[in-house]
Design a protein around this ligand. Structure first.
Ligand code: MG
Length: 258
C-alpha cells in the first residue's frame, strides 16, 4: 500500500533526513586509507546513540538475509555495491567505498547512500560515481507532482545507458515512512508517463547503483554483501525525497556538509 504524508508529517520527517545527511558527511570525511570497516560501523553506532536515533539495519532480517544484519551501516567496497556487511578490512589506497545508512528519528525513517574513493582515485571509478550521482540528480529533477513513477525510473535509465552501462532492476528505490522499505518499488529503469502518479506526500528513496561492466550480482558467504559477477566496481547514490506541491524536497541533502 502506498501511503501519502501530510505537509506536517513531511516536516516531522526532516530531523531523520538531516541526521542521516550529517552522519554520512561525517563518516565520509573521517574515512581514509587504513580505516577499518568495523570502525566505520562503530562510529556510526556512536553517532546514533548520541542522537537518540534508532538503526533500521541492526535487526533487519528480510527473507533473503541469512540472519539479522547486526550492524548499523552498509559498507560496500570496490566490486561490492549493495548490502555490504562491515567486516575486518582496512581500506587501501584507491578503494571505492559505498556507505548506505538508514535510521529512524522520532518514528520517521530516512535512507541515503554515498560512494567515494579513498586515497588516489582511478579516473574510471570517479566516472562511475559521477554517473550514479547524475542519474540521481536527473531522477530528483523529474520527481514532480503531476508526473509518474516511470518518469523517475526512465530518467535513471537514460543516464546509465548514455554512459554505456547496463542496469539491474532487481534492487531499486522504495517508499520510506515509518519503516525503511515500503511501496512503491522505484526501479532504476522504466518508461516515462507510466506507473503510480507522483502526488504531493509521496516519500521515496531513489537509489541508482551501477556496475562498470555487468548487471549481474553474486552474494558473499556472509549472506548479505552483493558484488559484481565479473569483479568490476560499483557505485551507489541514494537520497530520500519528498514530493510536495512545490516540487521535490531532498530530505537527506548533504549540500554544504560534504
Ligand atoms: Mg539505503
Amino acid at each position: 500500500m502506498i501511503e501519502l504524508r501530510t505537509p506536517a508529517e513531511i516536516e516531522q520527517m526532516k530531523p531523520a533526513g538531516r541526521f542521516v545527511a550529517q552522519t554520512l558527511a561525517t563518516l565520509k570525511a573521517e574515512t581514509t586509507v587504513g580505516t577499518n570497516l568495523l570502525d566505520i560501523d562503530a562510529r556510526a553506532h556512536e553517532l546514533i546513540r548520541e542522537a537518540g536515533a534508532e538503526s533500521c539495519y541492526i535487526d533487519y532480517h528480510p527473507s533473503f538475509g541469512a540472519s539479522p544484519f547486526g550492524k548499523v551501516i552498509c559498507t560496500s567496497v570496490n566490486d561490492a555495491v549493495l548490502h555490504g556487511l562491515p567486516h575486518d578490512y582496512d581500506l587501501r589506497d584507491g578503494d571505492l567505498v559505498s556507505l548506505d545508512f538508514a535510521v529512524s528519528v522520532d518514528g520517521w525513517v530516512s535512507d541515503s547512500a554515498v560512494s567515494f574513493v579513498v586515497g588516489e582515485p582511478d579516473p574510471a571509478d570517479l566516472a562511475l560515481i559521477d554517473v550514479t550521482e547524475r542519474a540521481l540528480a536527473a531522477a530528483i529533477e523529474v520527481a514532480q507532482p503531476g508526473g509518474r513513477l516511470g518518469d523517475i525510473s526512465a530518467a535513471i535509465g537514460a543516464v546509465a545507458r548514455e554512459a554505456g552501462l547496463t542496469i539491474n532492476t532487481d534492487f531499486g528505490g522504495h517508499g520510506v515512512g515509518r519503516t525503511m522499505h515500503g511501496d512503491p518499488h522505484v526501479p532504476n529503469d522504466g518508461r516515462p508517463k507510466r506507473g503510480f502518479p507522483l502526488r504531493p506526500g509521496l516519500v521515496i528513496a531513489i537509489e541508482p547503483w551501477f556496475l562498470q561492466s555487468t548487471d549481474k550480482l553474486v552474494r558473499d558467504d556472509d549472506g548479505w554483501t552483493l558484488r559484481s559477477a565479473d569483479g568490476s566496481r560499483g557505485s551507489h547514490s541514494e537520497h530520500t525525497v519528498a514530493i510536495t506541491a512545490d516540487g521535490p524536497v531532498v530530505l537527506t541533502d548533504r549540500s554544504g556538509l560534504d
